[in-house]
Design a protein around this ligand. Structure first.
Ligand code: FAQ
Length: 328
């Protein structure tokens, strides 16, 4: 069932439903696994959590264009350049779907952008690492898009309708991104020894930051319990991180690269791979603005925003002229 079809709050046709009636109705929709839509009443905390998560997600897609865009002008062939251009454009599209989803909750797009460039809203830690060579483009597709898919496929069942529906399309495109990354790496692994070393080096640098994308461990995640109760999130951070590790180890074996974790080993009893301790102090540094590229990413975004001011002004003037013409 995709839309909220629970019965309306049980009041007489003329009475205004009380706050408790509305809350009960909301809880019923969630309990029945139906969707909350923009017109529906929702608790303030639910709205705030969604705006926080969706805005962070949108900003991640937009800032996430930068590491790979760095290589568009230096792609090794026309084919690789066309693929990379299309991928980076897709990320822009994802950002726009997500800003639109946040707008259905009453968030203002200009304000969200200002909050991003003033560091009042976060974006994913992963995009604060540099892309040092073209193998990084492949590894971002394989690991970063791979982690994004793992995290986002369950969000297609998120309880908020516009977010869940946006995620369906985003996940389809992310799957293509993951495959193009893996195909690029396969090609490099069939190439020269130097190319194979580039792939290994990029894997070594991106593996641990990819595991950090899933967020802090469950015992240190202030938002997970409530977000699971509201069915915004369907799995905890640690569950999804484990799923990603289990999915990725065989892919690394097929590729012929070593994942940089000596503790990585299959655990028969758990039916999962064990893996080493993540450096959470590095994660905290990166999300507090002190990662290798935080300043550069935000400065670039700020500059693009300022350079685009005349386009926004022209679009607003055009819209005003047309609405004036429609009235007169
Ligand atoms: N980076 O209590 P929790 C992509 C923050 S898109 C930065 O566990 P929650 C596509 C968190 O916001 C990648 N901050 O929070 C692509 C919270 O901060 P606050 C983005 C992080 O929300 C590919 C605090 O830590 N994906 O890659 C991170 O329940 C290639 C406490 O954390 C999404 O946004 C982090 N990694 O769970 C594009 C997916 N982790 O606001 C280009 C949607 C946590 O309380 C190229 N989001 N924080 O101060 C989610 O699923 C969730 O928001 C989590 C975090 C799982 C990220």
């Amino acid at each position: 069932m995709t839309t909220s079809q629970a019965a309306s709050p049980t009041t007489s046709p003329t009475a205004t439903p009380s706050e408790q009636d509305l809350e009960r109705h909301f809880d019923e929709i969630i309990a029945r696994d139906q969707r909350i839509e923009p017109r529906d009443w929702m608790p303030d905390g639910y709205r705030k959590t969604l705006v926080r998560q969706i805005a962070q997600h949108a900003h991640s897609e937009i800032i996430g264009m930068q590491p790979e865009a760095n290589w568009i002008t230096r792609a090794p062939s026309l084919r690789r350049k066309a693929i990379l251009l299309a991928k980076v454009q897709d990320e822009a599209g994802h950002g726009l779907y997500l800003y639109s989803a946040a707008e259905t909750l009453g968030a203002d797009r200009t304000e969200m952008t200002e909050k991003l460039i003033d560091s009042r809203q976060k974006y994913s830690s992963i995009f604060n690492y540099p892309t040092l060579n073209f193998a990084d483009v492949g590894v971002i597709g394989w690991l970063v898009d791979g982690a994004a898919i793992c995290n986002q496929v369950p969000l297609c069942r998120s309880s908020y309708g516009p977010y869940a529906r946006g995620m369906v399309r985003i996940c389809k495109e992310e799957s293509f991104h993951q495959r193009q990354g893996y195909e690029l790496l396969m090609t490099m692994m069939r190439g020269t020894e130097e190319q194979r070393q580039m792939v290994q080096d990029a894997t070594d640098r991106w593996w641990w930051p990819s595991l950090m994308m899933f967020g802090p461990p469950d015992h240190d995640s202030p938002n997970t319990a409530q977000s699971m109760e509201w069915k915004i999130k369907r799995h905890t951070n640690d569950e999804l991180r484990q799923r990603f590790v289990d999915m990725t180890v065989p892919q690394a074996e097929a590729l012929g690269v070593t994942l940089p974790d000596p503790e990585l080993a299959w655990n028969d009893e758990r039916g999962h791979y064990d893996f080493g301790e993540i450096d959470w102090s590095e994660f905290k540094q990166v999300i507090s603005g002190n990662g290798p590229c935080n300043a550069q990413r935000l400065a670039h975004r700020r500059r693009a925003h300022e350079d685009g001011a005349w386009v926004r002004e022209a679009a607003a003037a055009h819209a005003a002229k047309h609405s004036h013409a429609a009235v007169s």
